[in-house]
Design a protein around this ligand. Structure first.
Ligand SMILES: [Zn+2]
Length: 211
């Protein structure tokens, strides 16, 4: 299939995966300091967009470089917004295993904004996506919030068997399981504390399926 008439970053979110971008296995990836990560061919705009799947490498770039997942441009600190993120206490994320790698400097009662795997958007891109994205229009939990000035990035890991070890440069023993990065989770750190966090019910995070 050739180049789509749909424009990347305009008609289709920049971070969305396309059918001509197969997952090619595990490689050391610069987006995670050369750690083994699941990688995908980069050929945005070819084939059909897969709206429910984020591109693994572009997703990691959005979180690392604070790129808007809609248009792919950097978001300035005063123009970062989330739509599906959830305010919760760090302790609740830990209790449900959704932030195992969160450093202990972020105390349990600290209120965090769990953005899942969705980096903040420009306000103009929030408004556009709400207008055009059918998934968002039907989502009951859309809530537009400003993203905090501090955040933590947590790698989401899967255990990959020898089948996935097609990449060069992975120095695992033959047949050994390797912890491999898929997406990056973004957790905003607010100035607020929730002293009653222990009595609250945990909510699930916004992680789309792996591409
Ligand atoms: Zn944008």
């Amino acid at each position: 299939m050739g180049l789509s008439r749909l424009k990347v970053g305009v008609d289709v979110p920049w971070v969305t995966s396309w059918t001509e971008e197969p997952v090619i296995g595990v490689r050391p990836c610069p987006t995670v300091n050369g750690r083994p990560a699941l990688v995908q061919v980069s050929r945005a705009g070819f084939g059909r967009p897969q709206y429910s799947r984020n591109h693994l490498v572009r997703q990691r770039e959005t979180v690392l470089r604070m790129l808007c997942p809609m248009c792919g441009e950097p978001t300035p600190p005063d123009d970062r917004w989330t739509q599906l993120a959830r305010l919760t206490a760090a302790g609740l994320l830990r209790r449900t295993g959704q932030a195992a790698m969160l450093t202990r400097e972020i105390e349990d009662r600290r209120v965090v904004l769990d953005a899942g795997s969705i980096a903040p958007l420009h306000r103009r891109c929030v408004d556009r996506s709400l207008m055009y994205c059918p998934h968002l229009q039907s989502a009951p939990d859309v809530s537009i919030m400003r993203f905090p000035e501090r955040w933590a990035v947590l790698p989401l890991l899967i255990e990959a068997g020898p089948v996935l070890e097609a990449g060069a440069g992975i120095s695992a023993a033959a047949g050994a399981m390797v912890m491999v990065v898929t997406f990056l989770q973004l957790v905003g750190v607010t100035d607020k504390l929730d002293r009653d966090w222990r009595f609250r019910k945990a909510k699930s995070s916004a992680h789309p399926p792996i591409g």
